[in-house]
Design a protein around this ligand. Structure first.
Ligand SMILES: NC(=O)c1ccc[n+]([C@@H]2O[C@H](COP(=O)([O-])OP(=O)(O)OC[C@H]3O[C@@H](n4cnc5c(N)ncnc54)[C@H](OP(=O)(O)O)[C@@H]3O)[C@@H](O)[C@H]2O)c1
Length: 305
């Protein structure tokens, strides 16, 4: 058996075990396995404009900083401009701040008209709501933040070279909520709303690759990384796992790789640690192609496209 085959087995084993692959250990081991995909070349993004949403905290900051290091012109999309300006000053280079609440589709339309040409768009903004709330347009906030706003923004910013949806391994536990995307039925739990909408992101990726044939469309999940988001929304989990969590730069690794490596990775896939991964770990989350298409049709109608 070759070292490459052994390496792929180990890589898959880490993925299936979840607790082996998602913390910093998973990335550290994979980096040493034969066949680990090469880093993007230095200067790979010179002359490119990259937009990162949710760039005022955690993985968004690390992602934006790594893109700036690769020579990109970077736009930090934030809700709090003062917070964004502090991040931009810390990163340095051609990094500027743009305000947008990505859950508010009117704000997304305004933003898309003002930003100019974009090459790479990273949908990193994410939220785990404490209670059910709705946007000015009446959409449940997790759905609007993770799916509706990003869908509309991507469509309005075409042509794009690449778009990356930062999803979550939490989506592996949830089915596509086609019967109730706005989470109007049953007891509302923020963690469930989060995972359901992260599942929608991943289910839409192959269809979005068809919708935008000139764009490399990727979904990914970062593993478990120590960020203000994790500490604030999952304090128990954070306390328990803190010594094992990735740092933000490690959590951003695959996003940056997907955005900058040449040639571009294949479109329409779901990634973790620089490898395409199955979007399902258990059979009961599987959906038909017709269901995920219907989900996209529903979302397209919901944002008025
Ligand atoms: N950290 C992990 O282990 C982990 C694991 C799986 C997936 N993820 C995903 O990775 C992404 C980044 O998470 P993180 O851990 O870095 O969390 P974080 O520290 O809470 O950062 C989230 C960012 O999203 C922004 N945001 C939230 N709602 C927004 C909206 N409506 N419009 C614009 N920006 C908005 C926040 O802005 P404010 O500063 O204004 O709040 C913040 O900058 C998220 O999509 C998350 O689901 C993270």
């Amino acid at each position: 058996m070759t070292r490459e085959v052994l390496g792929r087995w180990l890589d898959t084993g880490l993925d299936r075990s979840v607790v082996g692959g998602y913390p910093r250990f998973g990335l550290a081991v994979r980096r040493r396995l034969p066949g680990w995909p090469a880093d993007p070349e230095p200067g790979a993004l010179a002359g490119r404009t990259v937009v990162v949403t949710g760039a005022s905290s955690g993985l968004g900051v690390a992602t934006a900083a790594a893109f700036a290091d690769l020579g990109a012109v970077v736009r930090l999309v934030v809700r709090d401009v003062a917070k964004g300006e502090r991040v931009a000053a810390r990163i340095g280079g051609d990094v500027r701040v743009a305000r947008c609440d990505v859950s508010d589709v009117d704000d997304v339309r305004r933003f898309a008209e003002s930003i100019g040409a974009v090459d790479v768009l990273v949908h990193n903004a994410g939220a785990l709501p404490a209670a059910r709330s709705t946007t000015p347009q009446g959409h449940e906030v997790a759905l609007a933040t993770h799916v509706l706003g990003p869908l509309l923004m991507t469509e309005l910013l075409q042509p794009l070279e690449r778009v990356i949806f930062v999803s979550s391994g939490g989506m592996y536990a949830k089915k596509l909520p086609l019967d109730d995307p706005e989470y109007t039925r049953g007891e509302y739990r923020g963690a469930a709303a989060y995972a359901r909408t992260k599942r929608i992101q991943v289910a839409l990726v192959p269809h979005l690759a068809e919708r935008w044939p000139g764009t490399t469309v990727a979904g990914m999940h970062p593993g478990w990384a120590d960020t203000p988001g994790i500490a604030g929304s999952l304090p128990g989990f954070h306390r328990l796992t803190k010594p094992f969590l990735r740092d933000a730069r490690q959590g951003a690794d695959t996003t940056v790789w997907l955005g900058a490596v040449r040639p571009a990775p294949a479109s329409g896939l779901f990634w973790h640690d620089r490898r395409a991964r199955s979007p399902h770990l258990v059979p009961w989350t599987r959906h038909s192609d017709a269901d995920s298409r219907a989900m996209l049709d529903w979302c397209v109608a919901a944002v008025g496209l």
